[in-house]
Design a protein around this ligand. Sequence first.
Ligand SMILES: [Zn+2]
Length: 357
Amino acid sequence: MNRSSLYLSGFSLTSSPLPLLTCPALGVPHGFSTRLGGVSEGIFATLDLGAEAGPFGTGASGVSQHVLLNRRRFAEALGFPANRLICAKQVHGREILSVSLDGAGKIRAVRVGDSPGVFFRGDSVCEESALNGGGGQNLPSDSPVSGCGGRGLPSNSPLSESGGRNLPSDSPLSESGGDCPPSGGESGAGFVCDGFVSATPGLLLAVKTADCVPILFSDRAAGVVGAAHAGWRGTVAGVAASCLAAMVSLGARPERTVAAIGPCIHPCCYEVDDPFVAAVSASSFSSLCLPHILRTGAGRYTADLPAMNRSILLACGLREENLFTSGFCTGSSCALFFSHRATGGKRGLMMAGIGRL
Ligand SMILES: [Zn+2]
């Protein structure tokens, strides 16, 4: 029995051939890995999909044989050959690459939607929210961060029909650099970005996390999928909006798109400080993110990254019924997931992957 038994907020934990968390509403092959089912050892045990360095050190080509074997298991569990698993050196930004296959079957990537401001003018959202009297929902009235948070959504949809016209023109990307060879094992090729979109069958788009927020997207009618890595910097920079914008550029529609926010650190384990709050306040998406910071004491707060991403995606036109959030906190479930915070950085990396077959 491959389908299991545990359903949480639209998610299902499958056990065979590999323990994976899935969100069936996505409707295409996908999975959020756990730390179970791999061959890595020690702090990387067992399904490390990206942290352990190979014999050539960390960086461009440095992933271990264990990681390569684990990646093969992950890809094949989702029905893809290992050489079609695409991931990147992630840089906590908001750049999304659109990947496809060229006539010779080589993976090609172009930069799209690297400016969510094209779709979502965060600064004006902030001003509008203030005008609408929106205050932070979760903040005490004396909170230093309550000034700009808002319930009010922008009157103009950030992903309006006209949005797609302003995308930067396709620019060929270097296929060198990055830590994840598209070939799944050969060195020397890779991408630097924080997410992918594609309308091409046969490609498994993956992002790596260990507390950061993995988000998978699917518009089945358009045949477009996406994956985004949203740490706190990427979250407040709007990488989720950027990924959705990139999907729209391939024909997806926000109101039809399903998004699944996978296992990540939740506020129970994510205490932050004044500099964090200041950085969020200065971000493009401050009005949507600040309400999800809760002050717990002098200079102490908790931040809810999945809720921030939910708010951003809803503001971008996703329907609430198409937006799913796993209840799993990586920091609270170290037997099941890798957590950067809970281990002081001594951990492997999980993957969230999605593709069409
Ligand atoms: Zn927790």
